[in-house]
Design a protein around this ligand. Structure first.
Ligand SMILES: [Ca+2]
Length: 403
């Protein structure tokens, strides 16, 4: 009889031998880049919490078109974007209204489409929303951000976009269908952070390192799309003044923490999803520095995980979770998740909860939902709402602690 050692058992045994206390880890599959090692303890495969969080789930809305993002309106209804290029209002009972009129054309091939949506900080009085989308352009496409006034009729969940203005365009335009990002997050001073991708292919992706290119960047703009005057590269010749941070791959998760600081999660290649806290002018390494390997299994660049003048991720995953959407948690429903990020997992097919102590991840927990999770929000009730995508349609699932 052949005895096949269980990987979890092997991990537990080795940590028991080396470190005394035994902690289980969420991830037990072998890494794609087994020769790479974390830069510091706890940078990957953090232990699970001592006690697993009990959850119950309830489908709030079903049979929706393939969604990409969701925001709660102040009255508790939900504003959703559909990848194919539509926006809807979904009632608290889960009924979707008709398509909101006035949504501009999007290029929804591949990973493109109508992407994130954010309410203006003064939404209750202005009715303004901001959304990102893969904009069809001469010579290809690119991620753009538009503002619009949402005129609604709460009685029948209808709405219209008026005064639609494209306020920001990621450049250069590229003819591809991958890595558009994106998420939109308003900072505490009303500044708008925009995350994008680097368009994936070998030729454009190196521009993630180029501050004259808008590929692979976080941007920080005002509500008109202009660079903030205290952005890091406003006085650098040849640089795009809207850039906040560089060296990113494809950021489809972004949220503020309790102190109002921006955090992002980006898709790595085969391995190498990263949690970062992007700071002004800093370089997050892609594609020169990365955990994981290319889809072919070959190293990316020199296959290095550290380099001077580049930042280490706060945390990374190999194998990947395929992050999309994230929310900072400080609600009453899950006291154990206080000061955690709840990240949507497309490949992880559920929620990925990383608990923080200061700026370090202390534990990682998974909440399986048996569906690709595209976006995550916390409701005013403290429950967590996951937007799923399966076979081209979506559900909104409420995750609570009750039964
Ligand atoms: Ca990085």
């Amino acid at each position: 009889m052949i005895h096949i050692p269980n990987l979890l058992t092997a991990t537990l045994l080795s940590s028991a031998l080396l470190a005394g206390p035994v902690f289980a880890q969420v991830e037990t599959a072998p890494p794609n880049a087994p020769d790479q090692t974390p830069a510091f303890e706890g940078q990957t495969r953090a232990p699970t919490p001592a006690e697993a969080t009990a959850v119950s789930t309830e489908v709030v809305a079903d049979g929706l078109p393939h969604l990409w993002a969701m925001e709660f309106l102040p009255d508790g209804r939900m504003l959703v974007t559909a990848k194919a290029g539509a926006m809807h209002i979904v009632s608290e009972a889960g009924n979707a209204g008709p398509e909101i009129t006035g949504v501009p054309e999007v290029d929804s091939r591949g990973q493109g489409g109508l992407l994130d949506v954010a309410l203006a900080p003064d939404f209750e009085t202005s009715g303004l929303i901001y959304f990102s989308f893969s904009e069809p352009r001469d010579g290809g496409n690119g991620t753009s951000v538009a503002s619009a006034k949402l005129v609604q009729d709460p009685g029948n969940n209808t709405g219209a976009l008026e005064d639609v203005k494209v306020i920001f365009q990621q450049t250069p335009t590229y003819n591809g269908d991958k890595h558009f990002g994106s998420r939109l997050v308003f900072g505490p001073e009303g500044e708008l952070y925009v995350t994008v991708g680097e368009r994936s292919d070998v030729e454009p992706r190196v521009q993630a390192q180029d501050i004259g290119s808008g590929l692979g960047k976080t941007f920080r703009i005002d509500v008109t799309g202009a660079a903030l005057t205290d952005n890091p590269f406003v006085d650098t010749e040849g640089a795009l003044p809207e850039i906040w941070s560089l060296g990113h791959r494809n950021m489809q998760s972004a949220a503020l923490d309790g102190e109002g600081r921006l955090w992002t999660v980006e898709h790595g290649p085969k391995g190498g999803d990263e949690l970062n806290r992007p700071e002004a002018g800093k370089n997050y390494g892609w594609p020169e520095v990365t955990y994981g390997v290319d889809y072919s299994g070959a190293p990316i660049g020199e296959g290095i995980t550290e380099k001077a003048e580049t930042e280490q991720p706060v945390y990374y995953w190999d194998p990947v979770i395929a992050p999309s959407g994230m929310a900072y948690y400080e609600g009453a429903e899950f006291p154990a998740w206080d000061n955690s990020f709840i990240i949507g997992g497309l490949v992880a097919q559920g929620l990925v909860v990383v608990h923080l102590d200061g700026d370090q991840v202390t534990s990682e927990e998974r909440i399986p939902l048996q569906a690709r999770v595209r976006d995550v929000k916390v409701g005013t009730d403290g429950a967590v709402y996951a937007v799923t995508e399966n076979s081209g349609s979506s559900q909104i699932i409420r995750v609570s602690s009750g039964s």
